[in-house]
Design a protein around this ligand. Structure first.
Ligand SMILES: Nc1ncnc2c1ncn2[C@@H]1O[C@H](COP(=O)(O)OP(=O)(O)OP(=O)(O)O)[C@@H](O)[C@H]1O
Length: 219
């Protein structure tokens, strides 16, 4: 069991209503789960909780059997760097650095050697159709290309858990397909020797993503 929520409840403040009402779910390694539900149901919030950026009001998040939702800030940051990739809806990239530098940054935080991270960064950009943009600055690429850069960045450290918030929003069908394949593909040379594949969780309204997913969690 890679990632699970147990009796999960969350409120932004006491006057707001509970978003999940004691939700239980186990996310299966090697599978893609689409989180669906109408606007405001808490799809993004659930990703932030799974990504250890928000703490549940009640209930637990378990990663590899460990109760991670209640660990210290330092431990949660370490877990995030080592295990969790996140594709945000509005990824802000440093305008002064190249696309390749933006992509490899989380790999360097996770302890990858620069040469190793750069090689993998180039591979990821290639698989997402962006090899020719590696030396460009973020201001020189389109919205759909920026979305794919955010995807490459989330994958650089080969996380066992990948959380993505509407990663195909600006993409045509061919690019949406390559994003979904990249997100769900685990490299053979996983530096931690982890098996069983990546746990991928995608918050989405996109029927193409819902169709691609192995499982759907409707909020
Ligand atoms: N920082 C915040 N403080 C207070 N309330 C918030 C905050 N962020 C989100 N909310 C509220 O929590 C609820 C869930 O928001 P969330 O963004 O998780 O929903 P969503 O299902 O992802 O929506 P969408 O499909 O529109 O992106 C909404 O009612 C939203 O207004």
């Amino acid at each position: 069991m890679a990632l699970a929520i147990e009796s999960l409840s969350f409120r932004y403040d006491r006057t707001e209503k509970d978003l999940f009402g004691g939700l239980d779910h186990t996310f299966t390694p090697g599978r893609v789960t689409a989180i669906t539900g109408s606007s405001g149901r808490g799809k993004s919030t659930l990703l932030y909780i799974l990504g250890l950026m928000l703490t549940p009001t009640q209930g637990t998040v378990r990663l590899h059997g460990q109760k991670v939702s209640t660990s210290t800030d330092t431990d949660r940051s370490k877990t995030r760097a080592a295990d969790i990739g996140f594709v945000f809806q509005d990824a802000a990239l440093d305008p002064s650095r190249s696309i390749l530098d933006a992509v490899i940054e989380p790999g360097l935080y996770a302890g990858w050697r620069s040469s190793e991270a750069r090689a993998r960064g180039r591979e990821l950009l290639e698989s997402l159709g962006l090899a020719h943009r590696a030396t460009h600055r973020p201001g020189e690429i389109s919205g759909g290309q920026a979305q794919r850069v955010a995807v490459a960045r989330s994958l650089i450290a080969d996380p066992s858990v990948l959380l993505a918030d509407e990663p195909t929003g600006n993409l045509d069908a061919a690019n949406a397909q390559s994003v979904l394949e990249a997100l769900s593909h685990t490299t053979e040379h996983d530096h931690r020797g982890a098996a069983a594949g990546r746990t991928v969780v995608i918050a989405t309204h996109d029927p193409f993503v819902i169709d691609f997913a192995d499982e759907v969690l409707d909020l």
